[in-house]
Design a protein around this ligand. Structure first.
Ligand SMILES: Cc1cc2nc3c(=O)[nH]c(=O)nc-3n(C[C@H](O)[C@H](O)[C@H](O)COP(=O)(O)OP(=O)(O)OC[C@H]3O[C@@H](n4cnc5c(N)ncnc54)[C@H](O)[C@@H]3O)c2cc1C
Ligand SMILES: *[C@@H]1O[C@H](CO)[C@@H](O)[C@H](O)[C@H]1NC(C)=O
Ligand SMILES: *[C@@H]1O[C@H](CO)[C@@H](O)[C@H](O)[C@H]1NC(C)=O
Ligand SMILES: *[C@@H]1O[C@H](CO)[C@@H](O)[C@H](O)[C@H]1NC(C)=O
Ligand SMILES: *[C@@H]1O[C@H](CO)[C@@H](O)[C@H](O)[C@H]1NC(C)=O
Ligand SMILES: *[C@@H]1O[C@H](CO)[C@@H](O)[C@H](O)[C@H]1NC(C)=O
Length: 542
């Protein structure tokens, strides 16, 4: 049996050490939470749901709001009052021009991250790459499997691009695979794209986990609540400080043996750590300058938070081919005039059940004994024109540094892309050989926009797959040359009951788009946290 609720809502003055204007007062909430999970992205929702299933009393705090009708969104489609544009797979291709984009993208992080319930999975292009490593458990896939064939009628739509490119790859000796059932095939292969789609809608934990948590009365979700810092008594987290949309502060207190789990994402979790006196001294000092009340200096924990930031770089290869295909009429789908596609979709079928891409390939090369992997996500961007979004993935050696500025934004102190000679040489070699194949006279193809290898290399943009800012490992970062911020139970070194579960803890980049790996790792991490008891400090009461 669980113990009775204690506490309630107690308004107090600013005596709790909360910054002055514009924050007028704070409220202390003490509701005997076993776990406070910070951040309602994929990692946070999965983590919270599994804790709820284990009978823990859980509070999930999300700084922004819900993107679906079930989670409170009111910006539904003109042609369907039960769906928002975020739900429709076919609209994800043009997501950057939806009004929701501006509202859902964080304005205080170094690179692109989403500030909305569901995190990046709410705004992303839904590419769902099952990690090729069979060490991982596959509990995720029971609930959120991904699909390469989303239309209810079992048909694929708009296959012109696939026809042209699959011919091309067959001609250069690459082989067709199913990227879901053959996740270990990652060299000179191509597949129909795997999408994070279920029942013809954008899937992800908002749809596949959150409703399960909401069935239990030990689950509490608080939206519009940005956590600024973890409240500490030395090495013990006692709660969190939360700021609402109008700048009011609230202190939420944990149960005596409770735990805090940060799931704010690789570009935001570090800010909460810095604000809580955890990280390099210079970053904690920046947090202090930004107006946050950091703990007294003797409580600062020196850990290499933000010292390594990794991401997949993207190179864009734009090719004019000789097929007959083109992009969808997104504006017409959005405003309801593309009635043919819309009425098919309302029956569960058609091109709108599919994401943006039409073919995804994987390959690798070896330079100086190091294998680097590549992924190409191919989508139509004009009439007979394909853009191949080419990522360098697992095996790359570049990294950057994430810091904090005096306004409280996370910033690049060093960008994470292409800053090693090995990565530069490997990318050049790989792009050169692909360009040679694409532009061989027999293909009839022509490069557009970036018409030679050096301009393709110069098209570098972020893959938006940020990780490693609070790395997991056994080499405790407080000592010597230790590089790790959390241990293999995902607990922050030097803290008794503070954990991190999100992209931050991943030591290395996966071999493709990252969201499936993020979710698989969240499942594994929460299992470890639940199994992790330590003497005297945490007595499981159930
Ligand atoms: C535009 C875009 C496109 C992408 N495309 C793909 C793709 O096609 N395929 C793929 O596999 N991956 C893609 N990704 C990457 C993928 O979505 C992310 O890697 C993944 O969402 C990271 O999950 P996370 O749980 O670590 O953090 P996030 O998804 O960043 O979630 C963090 C959550 O915490 C909340 N939060 C942050 N700070 C606080 C705070 N202080 N207090 C309370 N809440 C807070 C945020 O609002 C958010 O809900 C894309 C990402 C972006 C941004
Ligand atoms: C923030 O909290 C204050 C105090 O509880 C409340 O008056 C205000 O309406 C809240 N703002 C929002 C946007 O919820
Ligand atoms: C494109 O050109 C190639 C080579 O000339 C040819 O084999 C192929 O059939 C053409 N495809 C289309 C769709 O015309
Ligand atoms: C809908 O979008 C299409 C673009 O495809 C445009 O031509 C049309 O004018 C728009 N109609 C309305 C009613 O907004
Ligand atoms: C590559 O293309 C760019 C512009 O597209 C041009 O400025 C540059 O000179 C070209 N480089 C080579 C090596 O051809
Ligand atoms: C840390 O690294 C330096 C340089 O590589 C080395 O000289 C030193 O012995 C290392 N210290 C520890 C504690 O491992």
């Amino acid at each position: 049996m669980r113990s009775a609720l204690v506490g309630g809502l107690v308004a107090i003055s600013s005596a709790l050490g909360v910054a002055g204007s514009p924050h007028t007062h704070s409220v202390v909430t003490s509701d005997a939470y076993d776990y406070i999970v910070v951040g309602g992205g994929p990692s946070g929702i999965i983590t919270a749901e599994r804790l709820v299933e284990a009978n823990k009393k859980v509070l999930l705090l999300e700084r922004r709001y819900g993107p679906t009708v079930a989670t409170g969104a009111i910006d539904t489609l003109v042609w369907n009052k039960n769906l928002t544009p975020i739900d429709v797979p076919g609209l994800s291709a043009d997501i950057g021009s939806l009004p929701e984009w501006e509202e859902y993208i964080c304005t205080d992080t170094a690179g692109y991250a989403a500030c909305v319930l569901g995190g990046g999975v709410t705004v992303n292009y839904m590419v769902f790459v099952h990690p090729p490593d069979h060490d991982f458990n596959d509990k995720l896939y029971e609930r959120n499997p991904g699909t390469i064939l989303p239309s209810a009628d079992g048909k694929r739509y708009d296959q012109g691009l696939y026809t042209v490119l699959s011919n091309f790859f067959n001609n250069i000796g690459w082989k067709a695979v199913n990227m879901i059932s053959q996740p270990n095939e990652k060299h000179q292969v191509y597949s129909y794209p795997a999408w994070n789609v279920k029942d013809q809608k954008r899937a992800g934990p908002v749809r596949t986990y959150l409703p399960l948590a909401e069935k239990h009365n030990n689950f509490n979700l608080q939206l519009g609540s940005k956590v600024t810092r973890v409240l500490r008594s030395g090495s013990k987290a006692t709660g969190v400080e939360v700021e609402n949309a109008s700048g009011h502060l609230q202190n939420i207190i944990l149960a005596a043996n409770g735990r805090v789990i940060l799931s704010a994402g690789a570009l935001s979790a570090p800010r909460i750590l810095f604000n809580s006196g955890i990280g390099p001294q210079s970053q904690i000092e920046a947090a202090q300058k930004s107006g946050v009340i950091v703990p007294p200096k003797h409580d600062w924990i020196s850990l290499p938070v933000g010292v390594v930031l990794k991401d997949h770089p993207i190179f864009s290869i734009v090719v004019k081919t000789n097929g007959t295909y083109g992009p969808l009429d997104w504006a017409g789908i959005y405003n309801g005039t593309e009635t043919a596609d819309i009425s098919l979709y309302e029956k569960g079928n058609g091109v709108l059940t599919q994401g943006k891409h039409r073919l995804i390939w994987f390959s690798s090369n070896v330079v100086d004994g190091e294998t680097r992997y590549y992924q190409g996500s191919c989508a139509p961007t004009g009439e007979d024109e394909v853009t191949i979004t080419t990522y360098m993935t697992h095996g790359l050696t570049s990294s950057g540094v994430l810091g904090l500025d005096a306004s409280g934004n996370t910033v690049y102190e060093k960008t994470p892309w292409m800053n090693t000679a090995g990565d530069q040489a490997a990318a050049k070699l790989f792009i050169q050989s692909l360009v040679d194949d694409l532009t061989a006279p027999s293909t009839g193809f022509q490069l557009e926009t970036y018409t030679n290898v050096s301009s393709i290399l110069g098209s570098l943009t972020s893959g938006m797959h940020y990780i490693t800012t609070a790395k997991m490992g056994t080499d405790d970062g407080r000592h010597g040359n230790g590089t790790s911020v959390v241990d293999t139970n995902t607990k922050v070194y030097g803290m008794d009951n503070l954990y991190i579960v999100d992209g931050s803890i991943h030591p290395d980049l996966p071999t493709g788009n990252i969201q499936a790996t993020i979710m698989v790792v969240a499942e594994a991490a929460v299992a470890k946290i639940l199994a992790h008891h330590y003497c005297g400090l945490f007595m499981d009461r159930y």
